[in-house]
Design a binder for this molecule. Structure first.
Ligand SMILES: [Zn+2]
Length: 361
């Protein structure tokens, strides 16, 4: 089963929201709208958002449902005399993903100005530049908003340094094939999963309290989570991610994160070994309940689970990633089915969790 139309709408609105690391405000506005009625919502100075279930008692162990609200983006570094904008990235992009992308840059008036990421056109490349495929370093690319001078960029377009930008991609949903195309599924599909999981738990009397957390600034080193984990003070955590799918360029035997095969639970990535007993418990729970899930051993990556695992007293963590093709690019692909299976697994985990069970991890 794919997920509901309402959930698709929520994912699309969250994915389209403007929110590079440090500038998650618009994402939180959208999240607050969809989380309305679930409980008490609070926000800290780092733009971490906390959704406390209204059924929470305050005296039970806390399950933290985490997703990060930021996306990879950029920040204006300086304005060149010709009106183009030098920028730095917030998070990591591949060079090849950047060239000729449509982007939006926020200006001093809070408007989103369209631009393109520009590099030297092929006509002006030297023989050796052309031989390299013509993909320059990100540091030599600029954002072109169509200004003809620095003066125009400042006075007409109201650009100033320090302003953030993101890909301009608008999310589209192919309902017939249950495929979504867009930016920022890493980790807005996770944010949507936090909200939908809380929605499905509404009214239930549970052995643990549950706090949904949308942590900021993950893409620049899990900075928001370093603060949010202390505030949420969890006994256990279920972390959502939009995680890189590997099914379009990996040898079949090694594919561990395929589209439409359910959430990916990593045994490890370079930042964390997900609590082995808890990881096995969740994978067993998935097969017991007939929920699709995939297991992986990541050779790269990093995520908030690492922070949560080591910030307090060794909080057990698992990370459920919704497979997303081409993350950290301008055009990513994910599916409603994988979202639905991820939420189901989170609900099954939370509803089965007891203080006694946590003690066994
Ligand atoms: Zn992520």
């Amino acid at each position: 089963m794919v997920t509901s139309e309402k959930n698709i709408q929520m994912i699309m609105e969250l994915a389209d929201a403007f929110g590079p690391s440090g500038f998650e405000d618009d994402v939180l506005t959208v999240a607050r709208k969809w989380a309305e009625g679930l409980g008490t919502i609070e926000e800290d100075h780092m733009r971490n958002l906390y959704i406390h279930r209204k059924e929470n008692t305050g005296n039970k162990p806390v399950i933290m449902l985490d997703a990060h609200s930021d996306e990879v983006g950029f920040m204006i570094h300086s304005i060149k005399p010709n009106g183009t904008l030098r920028f730095v990235t917030l998070g990591r992009f591949a060079n090849i993903a950047m060239s000729s992308a449509d982007v939006l840059v926020r200006n001093a008036l809070g408007e989103y100005i369209p631009g393109v990421i520009a590099a030297k056109p092929v006509h002006f490349m030297s023989e050796s530049e052309r031989a390299k495929g013509g993909v320059p370093e990100i540091s030599s690319m600029v954002i072109d908003i169509g200004a003809t001078s620095a003066e125009e960029a400042v006075n007409r377009f109201h650009i100033r340094i320090g302003e953030p930008g993101v890909p301009a991609t608008k999310c589209r949903y192919d309902a017939e094939n249950d495929v979504m195309f867009g930016k920022g599924f890493d980790c807005r599909i996770g944010c949507a999963a936090v909200i939908e999981t809380l929605r499905r738990l509404e009214g239930m009397d549970l052995p643990c309290d549950v706090i949904g957390v949308l942590s900021s600034q993950e893409e620049v080193g899990e900075r928001g989570c370093k603060v949010s984990v202390k505030h949420a003070n969890p006994s256990i955590a279920f972390v959502f991610e939009g995680c890189p799918a590997d099914d379009t360029f990996t040898e079949p035997y090694a594919i561990q994160t395929a589209l439409k095969k359910g959430p990916m639970l990593r045994f490890m990535d370079v930042s964390v070994i997900c609590s082995p007993r808890y990881q096995r418990y969740v994978l067993d729970l998935a097969s017991e309940k007939g929920i699709a899930a995939q297991a992986s051993v990541r050779e790269g990556g990093g995520n908030n689970g690492a922070i949560i695992n080591t910030a307090l007293d060794g909080t057990p963590v698992v990370v459920a990633g919704v497979p997303t093709r081409y993350i950290h690019s301008m055009n990513c692909i994910t599916s409603g089915y994988d979202f639905e299976e991820t939420v189901k697994l989170a609900v099954a985990t939370v509803t089965s969790m007891t203080p006694e069970q946590i003690a066994k991890f």
